[in-house]
Design a protein around this ligand. Structure first.
Ligand SMILES: Cc1ncc(COP(=O)(O)O)c(C=O)c1O
Length: 426
């Protein structure tokens, strides 16, 4: 058996894999709580026998890996690959099934401008064009392993389109709970993959609660971010890929756009694991970037209190009045030595334009918030400009055409003669 177990972040109780997975627990069975309009209590973290794993996965092993090929180190995932598989009711995951999903197009780039240079982790070419695929792949594999045929999730759009696409690949049904103001392209993406869309009159926070209630009633595997421990687990792969892509030369600062706080939590967990394995010593500082219209994590870090305020930002993917992973995300920022900062929507839009035009990578607003955060941190001397920075580009601009329409007017069309006259003369 692949030895892994679950730990509660709040009460520190430990559970075996079967205690959690057989009865489909998502939060800690002792203290877990998913109250309306409150961050989750009792999120579960997955741990492995790092002393044992050190023997197989050391620094030289990781340096030989390829970005995006996360299944090449199967013992760092809570799955039962063939030689570890248990008898029914758990299904075996076949190797070919694991290798049918990876992130071959995840890329490292650099943005160099006159007075700065930042590394970019480009997640816009993932199978469904966002960072979310890292979690959805693991959730889909677990659903297959548990013998469950349907997965359900609440989402502002990306988790839903990701889950729908990955479910299509695995022959699973996908039920998606999304706010009615979901960007059109993300909605069409879900429908095109054959996902069952449940449009909610209300915001993402309303969709989150509804998804929990109905999945439980229907026996669907729930992928709500932070609630399902495999979401943060899948997202830890970003840290591994940063290490692999930069050949171990880690940045000093990593700027992460934050909504629910699972991407930043996952990256933190990934770097912690690299430390447990003796692969890295120094830890990059994680900088949480939020929009000023959706800044609950920043307020929590400043005051130590969570207060629910409805979120409002053009960066729909980081619009979360209740960051479900609030406590772990705040811990990730603190323990890494980083900080949290807010940027205005206008700065996000400007950064989006800059990334599109200077790198040829098309990003959605949330994906550009990281650059807006970097530029602000630099301008207010929150970072040492001589140190290395990386920003995460978490989602493709094609998913939010309206945000591009805000930047660009559709040009007028003219007859051939008009064009000829303009360029060739009479
Ligand atoms: C493009 C994009 N960027 C950033 C985030 C933020 O991730 P999290 O909600 O885990 O903080 C999301 C989450 O939906 C996203 O879709």
């Amino acid at each position: 058996m692949n030895p892994y177990y679950y730990n509660c972040f709040n009460c520190h109780s430990q559970f075996s894999a079967s205690e959690i997975e057989q009865d489909l627990h998502y939060l800690c069975p002792k203290c877990g709580k998913a109250d309306k309009n409150k961050p989750l209590r009792g999120i579960l973290l997955i741990s492995y026998d790092y002393q044992q794993l050190k023997k197989s996965y050391d620094r030289s092993f990781f340096l030989k890996q390829t970005v995006g090929q996360m299944w090449r180190y199967p013992l760092l995932w809570p799955l039962q690959p063939p030689e570890y598989a248990k008898d029914p009711p758990f299904r075996k995951i076949e190797w070919k099934e694991l290798f049918s999903v990876d992130l071959p197009a995840t890329k490292m780039h650099e943005l160099r401008l006159d007075d700065y240079s930042v590394k970019l982790l480009d997640e816009t070419n993932n199978p469904t064009y966002s960072y979310k695929d890292r979690a959805s792949m693991l959730v889909a594999l677990k659903a297959r392993q548990l013998g469950l045929g349907a997965v359900s999730t609440a989402s502002t759009g990306n988790a839903a389109s990701s889950m729908a696409g990955i479910c299509a690949r695995f022959g699973l049904q996908a039920h998606l709970w999304v706010p009615e103001n979901i960007p059109e392209a993300k909605l069409m993406q879900i429908l095109a993959y054959g996902g069952q869309v449940h449009l909610v009159q209300g915001d993402y926070d309303t969709a989150f609660d509804l998804s929990l209630e109905i999945s439980q009633r229907m026996g669907w595997y729930n992928r709500n971010t932070a609630y399902n421990p495999l979401t943060m687990e899948g997202k830890k792969s970003g840290a591994f890929d940063i290490f692999i892509g930069l050949r171990g030369d880690l940045p000093d600062y990593i700027f992460v756009p934050v909504g629910d706080g699972v991407v930043i939590g996952g990256i933190y967990k990934g770097f912690c694991e690299l430390q447990h394995l003796g692969i890295i010593e120094d830890f990059p500082k994680l900088i949480a970037v939020q929009s000023s219209g959706s800044n609950a994590l920043i307020r929590f870090i400043q005051t130590g209190k969570f207060e629910f305020l409805p979120a409002e930002t053009i960066a729909d993917s980081i619009s979360a009045g209740v960051p479900r992973n609030l406590y772990f995300a705040a811990n990730a920022v603190r323990e890494s030595g980083g900080f949290a900062l807010e940027v205005d929507d206008a700065d996000i839009v400007e950064s989006q334009k800059l990334i599109n035009e200077k790198t040829g990578i098309l990003v959605e607003p949330a994906g550009a918030a990281s650059l807006a955060g970097y530029l602000k941190a630099k301008s207010v001397d929150k970072i040492d400009p001589n140190k290395k920075s990386m920003i995460l580009l978490t989602g493709s601009g094609l998913k939010d055409i309206d945000s591009l329409k805000r930047l660009h007017r559709r040009p007028d069309a003219f007859r051939t003669e008009v064009w000829q006259e303009r360029y060739v003369g009479e």
